[in-house]
Design a protein around this ligand. Sequence first.
Ligand code: NCD
Ligand code: ZN
Length: 345
Amino acid sequence: MTEAITIRRPDDWHLHLRDEDMLRGVLPHTARQFARAIVMPNLSPPVTTAQAAAAYRQRILKVLPQDLDFAPLMTCYLTDDTDPDDLARGYAEGVFTAAKLYPAGATTNSANGVTAIANIRRVLERMQEIGMVLCVHGEVTDPEIDIFDREAVFIERILAPLLREMPGLRVVLEHATTEQAVDYVLASGENVAATITPQHLHINRNAMLVGGMRPHAYCLPVPKREKHRLALRRAATSGSEKFFLGTDSAPHSQSAKESGCGCAGIFNAPHALESYLTVFDEEGALDRFEAFASENGPRFYRLPLNEGTVTLERAPTDVPETIDAAGTAVIPFHAGQRLGWRLRA
Ligand code: NCD
Ligand code: ZN
């Protein structure tokens, strides 16, 4: 049995760091595991300009503990009014690594998102031209569409037509949750990839709904049926370079989750690597973990692979029941459970 695995330092290609105290509280959890992360722009107000992104990056670096070496990669929150020139300039200057498409109303702080793809056609054309990556929250918001079908319908109604019109656009379908997403990404060109979260590899919708409503298992896109979880596990561990690590760690206070209208988001940052590795171990794919965690992402984003390594050993990790994020209680993914791997300090 493999007792330890050493991989090139990994990156997190989808992360919510928030701001102020929460940022200070959650950042070290990510920075002790990952060299870089694509930082989501859904603050309130959202990060919609290069200037705002540069300022947010400074706030992140300011609270980064000195002994941790971590680079935040900033994204632009697209709105109906995004200026293609500001976006392209921010990209050329290295402020933006990517831009994020939130359909308006799809998820946390997406009210200012895009109301119709037609409204950002010029922005997307420019992105295609300059090779800038578009990160997509792939869910329709049509109230007629069942929440469990919103990703599949988004692919059919929005993403597939968009990529037929702009076949060179570089797209990451974020937090893929369905068999349809996996199949679509596999059938697309090399300009289309997807991130996969640890929660969607570990849980299906029963985890949210059986034996009581479990707000800490609720995130968007919602976990789906078991067959979808199995499709995601096959995709992540397949060795395909189209799939890579993106935690979608999305901290909310315990009180905001445990409420009459609980927020969507799972805080998985504290033990993200151990959580993913558990899946690769269960699937007999330890040899494919490094590509998923440390190689496929930077290759897709055309960024250098990280130097240095991290080692995980087969040893128990007891995930705490609660994490104190600079004064706010946040319940982590796998709270109170024991994982079979431990990141060596
Ligand atoms: C995210 C958040 O809380 O910011 N929530 C979530 O359930 N994933 C937003 C998002 O990525 O959809
Ligand atoms: Zn997210």
